[in-house]
Design a protein around this ligand. Sequence first.
Ligand SMILES: [Zn+2]
Length: 210
Amino acid sequence: MAAFRGKCPVRRAAPNRNPTVNWALHKADLREDFNNHCGYCDSYDGYAHTYFEVDHFVPKDLIVKNRWPITLVQYSNLVYACKFCNNNKLANWPSNSYTVFHIGNKGFIDPCNKKYSTHFYRRNNGEIMWNTRLGKWMYFNAFKFDERNPGIKLLWNLNRLRKALDKLYEARKKNIKTSKKFKSIQAEINKISAQYYPAHTKLMEYYRNL
Ligand SMILES: [Zn+2]
């Protein structure tokens, strides 16, 4: 069993932009605050396997329809999300109120709430699983992680390799080229790179064919 996500995202109190209409102008800040990961499935955005978008946690259609007193550009209601999470979630909302995120075991937890990750876990191969009844509801009814796990597994594997390579590149910098240590680090880099590039191709092929 592995942890569901690396870091819990934290929304900044004062965003750099102050749009009145176009919430997409918050995307750069959100991207940073969500550490380049989808708030819901924790996919990394650096592989260009899909688009990353600005999601309204309380759905925008409901805000408009019910005239709820939050604006569509309100930063605290925005989530950096991959296209799949955003499309699956849509106007799915369990309550008649913008302040009630879940009723019993149906509904959502804001991904910037530390508790979000307690509702899920990962198998060692990266597959997302649910941990609680509310997690189960989000899993099947909102984000459809069951259908998406083949791609999520590929992303997880690639992430694992990318992080290992990043660590090795850092370690390599600290050693002189002629040293034994440098050569052993380089050998490890070569070994992992040989796995990384085919894993990247596999990921891109999978998402291209979806
Ligand atoms: Zn996602």
